[in-house]
Every structure is written in structure tokens, then in C-alpha cells.
Design a protein around this ligand. Sequence first.
Ligand SMILES: Cc1cc2nc3c(=O)[nH]c(=O)nc-3n(C[C@H](O)[C@H](O)[C@H](O)COP(=O)(O)O)c2cc1C
Ligand code: SF4
Ligand code: SF4
Length: 253
Amino acid sequence: MIYYFSGTGNSYQVAKLLAYLTQDKMQDISTLKDYKHDDSVMGFVFPVHCYDVLDLMQDFIKKLEIKSDKKIYCYAVVTCGGKVGNSFITMQDLLKAKNIDLAYRNEVYLPDNILSFWGKKYDYSSLNTYKDKVLQIAEELNQRKTNNNVLVKKSWWYVIKKYFSWLFIKKCLQKKTVKKNCIHCKRCVKLCPTNNIIEEAGKIKFKSNNNCIYCLACIQWCPMQAINFGSYNLKDKQYHHPEVVENELFKRW
Ligand SMILES: Cc1cc2nc3c(=O)[nH]c(=O)nc-3n(C[C@H](O)[C@H](O)[C@H](O)COP(=O)(O)O)c2cc1C
Ligand code: SF4
Ligand code: SF4
């Protein structure tokens, strides 16, 4: 089973290809009700957020109940714009607490979906090369390759960078507004993994007890570019993986 999370489709696309190439099933962790794992393969595919594993994935792993008696082959594949940070050491620690070895880990570079907030243009070049990397990873997974002999050490530099990045993101992107050109298509409502967006009295609203995880799905998929995140907004056009359509990521309905 491949457990995945994706905001703008990069990780979904990688999980989909890996599921096909390794003949496995995949499951979106934000829609899971059952936290029992009874398979001999356990894969995780998700985006790097602020040099680490996003909290939603961390909480999911903590809740996961292992029901299998067989030895589990466990792997993690992250997607990111270029900096994995402490993601693998965090995964290693979370899984060790469940008596599972992270046997294999790898990263796939894809466009950095948050770049546009910082006034930079997306770099699309990885879209031409990522499939080769996914093919290589699938081949290694099918051979049950391990690469956990190279110890991953926690970097305090990335711990500090994570802290300041989140501080900045929460301060600058916390306030969200919906502009008048919204056409009430409810795409954002269906995409939000934390049910943070609701329709109330004919209006699309962000909940006041903001439980946003900054996956960027709502702002990047809105067909009208009607969503604003604080005073920092997308400086470039929206980004989502070009081979994914939004209803593949709908969390509800
Ligand atoms: C809040 C946030 C933090 C991010 N932090 C990092 C990071 O630390 N390193 C990196 O290389 N990319 C970072 N990214 C970029 C994403 O990891 C990358 O675009 C990923 O492929 C998106 O996957 P998705 O489309 O499945 O959501 C960040 C993106 C977001 C939204
Ligand atoms: S996705 Fe955009 S247009 Fe559609 S309901 Fe949400 S804000 Fe409105
Ligand atoms: S409100 Fe936050 S968690 Fe929900 S889709 Fe938008 S960015 Fe993601």
C-alpha cells in the first residue's frame, strides 16, 4: 500500500506512477478513516514542507496500526523543489517508534509550488526529467533494494530554517480571502484536506479557527484565481502538475 498526500498534484502523480509500476494500491491519507496496515509493503509519498515531513503525515504515521505479521518492506519517496532537509531522518524516527525500518528512501524533484509567493518564477525543467527518476525508483523498489546503510543525521541548520519558514508562512499567508469573481464552483471546498473551506449563506469562506496546512491546493487550483493569501500572493501564474486533473485530488464527494 502506498500512503500519499498531495496539494498541487506532484506527489499524487509520483504515487500514481509508482502504484502502476510496482503493481500496488494507493491511498490518500487525508481521506483515510481506517489506520490499519496489513500489507507486506508500506510506501509513503508526500511533498517536503519546510525541510521536513508535513504534520498531517507525521500524525498519520503515529496513528497507523500495524496488523501484519510479515516483515514489512518500507520506503519513503518525497517530492520537492530541491531541499529534502530533515524529511528522511524524521521518517526514520517515526517508523522506528513502530518497529519498522525505513529500508529505502529517495526524492523526486518537481516544480516548487510555493516559489511564486516569494516573487520567483517556477522552474518547470524538472517536468522533463522526473519520469526517468520515478522509473529508476520503481525498478529499485521492485528489486526490494535498500539504501538505509547510509545513516541520515538530523541537521540543526534545517531545524532552524524550518522554524523560521513556518513563522514566516503563518504570519504572511494566514489571512485568506475570496474575491468577488468567485463562481462558487466549490473546487476549493472539495480539495481542502482539512475541511478549512466552507460554503455558508451562498458564500465561500475560510473557517475562522484556521486549520490550514498550507498545501496550496485551493489557491493553485481555483479556476478564477479568486483566492488571496494575506498580502503575499502568487506573483507568477498558478502551478499544479500538468498531468493531473483536480477531481483526482477531491477529498470529498
Ligand atoms: C508550505 C510549503 C513548504 C515547502 N517547503 C519546501 C522545502 O523545504 N524544500 C523543497 O525543496 N520544497 C518545498 N516546497 C515545495 C514542495 O515540496 C514541492 O513543490 C512539492 O512537489 C509539492 O507537492 P504536491 O504538488 O504533491 O503538493 C514547499 C511547499 C510548500 C507548500
Ligand atoms: S475554487 Fe475559486 S471560484 Fe471555485 S468556489 Fe473556490 S474560490 Fe470560488
Ligand atoms: S485552506 Fe489551507 S489546507 Fe485548505 S486547501 Fe487551502 S492551503 Fe490547503
